[in-house]
Structure formats: C-alpha cells, structure tokens
Design a protein around this ligand. Structure first.
Ligand code: MRU
Length: 330
C-alpha cells in the first residue's frame, strides 16, 4: 500500500510525507497542509490544526514514522510529540506503540487502519442504544466525529451508523466555546453527510432539555480514568449535570485506547490550560477588554455517577467496569 486516504489524512508512504486537513480553516475553506518532519506534526497538534484524541494519536504516530524515515532519533521525536497536548490519552497510547515497534511504517499504518475499524464497532454498539422512534434527537458537544479521528468518528460514528441502519437521527450540536468545534466542525461534517443538525449556543442546553427535545446525549472522551471518570471538552460536565436533572441518558463513546491504565481517578488526569486569547476573541475578533484576565481550561471531568454508559469497540459498559474492559479481549 503506497497511499492512505481518509477525511482527515492523506499519507504517501513511499514519499515519507503526509497531508492533513487544517481544521482551523473550517468551515470556510478546505486547506490541506503537508508534514515532512515530526516537528511539522507536533506543531499541527499544538496549534489544533488537527485535534480530537484519536486523530492526535494518529498524527503523532505518523510524526515518529517521519523521524525514522529521515534517520533521526525517534526517541527524541517521541519526547517532543508527548509534550504537545497534555490531556488526550490516545497520544501516549500511540507513542507507546511506536516506541515498542521495530517497523514504524507498519505500526503507523496499523494505527490508522485500526482507528477506522474501531470507530465502526463503536458505531454498531452505540446505535443499538438509540430508539427506533420516528425521530430521535441526540445532543453532542465539541466534535467527536470523523474530523476528530482518522475517519467515521466516535460519538458521531454512533450517529452515522444509526443513520446507515435507517434510523431517523437529528443532532443538536453545541457551539463549544472558545474555539467552536461544534459550530465549525460538527456542523460541517454532518451537513456534508446530509445528517440533520441544528446548532445551539452552549447556553441553550438547559432550555432545549426542558422542551423535552433530547432523547440522548453522546459525547467523546480525551482520557478515561479507571474509576470511570471522563475528561472531555470543557462544558461536558455541566451538560451531564443537566442531563441527569432531566432524566436524559448520557453516553460517552470512546475507544479503549482512551482509557489511561495509570489514572486511578480524576485526580490523575492532567487538564490542559490554553491561552486566554482564545476566550477573549472569537475567530480573531476581540470580545473583551485587554486588561481583564481570562481562564481557559480546555477540558473538564464528568464523574462516573453522571454517566449512563461508555460505548467502546468492545461493547457498551458501565463506567464502573472500565478497568475490566481495558483488559478484556473482544
Ligand atoms: O480540544 P479538542 O478539539 O482536541 O477536544 C476534542 C474533544 O474534546 C473530543 O470530544 C475528544 O477528543 C474525543 S474525539 C473522538
């Protein structure tokens, strides 16, 4: 195989380079950028031109492969890539695999191919949870879709599979301040696939829940601790609290590669803090006085008691069974 193509990546294995879709430019423009070094890959992750836990892991794996092809010290490349974004566990999972292999090209190929297969299995398990009723409305936060992965998606992979099975699913996408992955990315990819989607401001979640319009919430995850605590995009926790209050099932869709075997509880999950400029601007336009400080935690933790189930490629599990899912074979 000399080329790999997906929604987010185009890899030319024989030329030792790959292109990625620059997500900072969506939805206005589809811009593809080329990586020839592990530093290119590290910068793409740091600047969120690629983002979403599984895609961060895949791009990091490709970065190590590029370092190997160039005869560089792959241990240094791994170290550089590990320090790009602190919360997504898939980054470490992929880099650990790249460290253990003596065939970096083959291992990177496997990681890319496995991602799509894994997401399709998550989709099959998750679609069973969605009702067959006339129309089923799923609220999601941030972007846990094909754009957050090599392809297909986790939370949006569940929606895609359900639609493929003939279910009539309508998605409510939260805008997801500060960098608006919901508005820019979830709306872009669902609209592209003709899946009905309605955008709401983050502040409207409570309102739409009081209207009885939501059948289920499905979100992704950046890191899952062994006690079932889930780190995901900032704002997830408050959506989980509202879902609990309104008796709406709250599901997390994630591959088992998001489970950190070294994180016993939420206290062991590092939370990324990003520049305050992201909060004080909207797509480059200033919205707050320069003198006022802003806080910009990129993720929060949803405790296991607010999660009805975690949809993995191995099946649908209760949050208290995360540790056993990690070690079970599928
Ligand atoms: O900061 P981001 O855009 O990388 O955050 C992404 C999320 O929070 C996703 O929900 C998560 O990575 C799961 S993606 C399948």
């Amino acid at each position: 195989m000399s080329e790999f193509k997906s929604l987010t990546l185009r890899v030319r294995w024989d030329e030792a380079e790959f292109d990625y879709l620059d997500q900072t430019q969506l939805p206005d423009r589809e811009v593809w950028r080329t990586c020839r070094t592990h530093e290119d890959a590290a910068e793409a992750i740091e600047n969120m031109r690629v983002r979403g836990a599984p895609l961060i892991g895949a791009v990091a794996a490709l970065g190590v492969w590029l370092a190997h092809e160039r005869g560089e010290d792959t241990r240094k490349a791994v170290q550089r890539l590990r320090n790009t974004r602190p919360t997504a566990y898939n980054l470490h999972w992929a880099l650990d695999r790249m460290e253990r292999t003596d065939d970096p090209r083959r291992e990177a190929q496997r990681i890319l191919e496995e991602d799509v297969r894994t997401n399709k299995r998550i989709g099959e398990h998750g679609a069973r949870l969605l009702p067959d009723s006339d129309e089923c409305t799923v609220l999601t936060h941030c972007n846990a879709g094909a754009l957050a992965c090599v392809d297909w998606g986790t939370a949006l992979g569940v929606v895609r599979t359900a639609v493929q099975q003939g279910k009539n699913v309508h998605v409510i996408a939260t805008e997801t301040r500060p960098v608006q992955q919901g508005a820019r990315l979830t709306c872009w990819e669902l609209h592209r696939d003709n899946i009905p989607v309605t955008l709401i401001p983050d502040t409207a979640v409570g309102y739409v829940m009081t209207q009885g319009e939501i059948d289920a919430v499905i979100v992704g995850a950046d890191r899952i601790a062994l006690d079932g605590s889930v780190a995901n995009k900032i704002g997830t926790y408050q959506i989980a609290l509202l879902a609990h209050e309104h008796d709406i099932p709250f599901y997390v869709a994630a591959p088992t590669s998001t489970i950190d075997p070294n994180a016993k509880t939420a206290d062991d999950i590092p939370i990324e803090h990003r520049p305050e400029e992201e909060v004080k601007t909207v797509r480059g336009v200033k919205i707050a006085p320069d003198e006022v400080p802003a806080l910009n935690p990129a993720f929060d933790i949803t405790p296991p008691e607010l999660i009805d189930a975690i949809i993995t490629e191995k099946g649908v599990i209760k949050p208290e069974h995360v540790a056993s899912a990690l070690h079970s074979t599928d």
